[in-house]
Design a protein around this ligand. Sequence first.
Ligand SMILES: Cc1cc2nc3c(=O)[nH]c(=O)nc-3n(C[C@H](O)[C@H](O)[C@H](O)COP(=O)(O)O)c2cc1C
Ligand code: SF4
Ligand code: SF4
Length: 267
Amino acid sequence: MHTLYYFSGTGNSMHVAIELAKRTNGKAKAMLSEQDKSLSGEVGLIFPVYMNGLPKPVEAFIKQADFSKVTYLYAVSTHGGVPGKPEHYLKHLLEKHHQIALDDYHAIEMINNTPKGVAPKFLMHLDWEKEITAEKRHEMLARELTAIDEIADAVNHRSMGFKEALVMGTNKISWTDKLMWHIESSPKLVFEVDDSCIGCGICEEVCLSNRVKRSDRPEWADTACYYCYACFNFCPQQAIYVKHYEKKMGRYHHPNMTKEAIASQKL
Ligand SMILES: Cc1cc2nc3c(=O)[nH]c(=O)nc-3n(C[C@H](O)[C@H](O)[C@H](O)COP(=O)(O)O)c2cc1C
Ligand code: SF4
Ligand code: SF4
């Protein structure tokens, strides 16, 4: 049995999980809605890189899951050009909570789903406005599919790349990594909505943490946010904005992934 567990705010990681499942005779399942946390057989963990590390819901899934029947464990991250070291954090969590090692790890560069200005500039070095042109999306999709083919080959051959790299001593967690993970868990994400809101409810539908509550216009409850940027990116009016960000700069979600697909991750 091969199962690929994913978390995805704007579809990049979900698309990778679905395409990889097709090529590896596996089944893609959403981490957020998976009731059975007793994992077994070959397992893949697919997620976006958040501030060099792991999204909180991914961390929560890893802590809660039972890995005792897992025979092969790999992970795939998607990122926007700054891959960070989520695999090291993953390794740390797996060892601490489950005494299990990661066998292989892969990272795929995709389009960044967060606008410049939200994160420190040195992290988000890509120009989002240029990134999300039709041409760039096409180019990125072709690159993504090539990367998925390569990863499928590694998974089908039960590659042990991460374990081997550890033996070579190349995987170390630095103080900057620890700092970034701390920053990721600290900021309070403030969204606002402008007058172009048409009250369609999509932001509420796609909000993976159920933080968005809509009466007339959306409101963001003072509860946990997953920082997934689904509300921001799926708004058809581009009415949702964050500090330092101009409306004209556009929005991004994976071209093959719909709002219904994102919302389907919720229970
Ligand atoms: C809160 C947040 C932090 C992010 N941090 C990074 C980062 O450190 N490095 C990077 O390259 N991309 C970063 N990104 C971009 C995403 O990793 C990238 O766009 C990913 O493919 C999105 O996956 P998804 O569509 O499955 O949600 C970040 C995105 C968000 C929302
Ligand atoms: S998705 Fe956009 S237009 Fe629709 S209710 Fe939310 S803010 Fe308004
Ligand atoms: S409020 Fe927006 S960024 Fe936060 S979890 Fe909901 S959809 Fe994601």
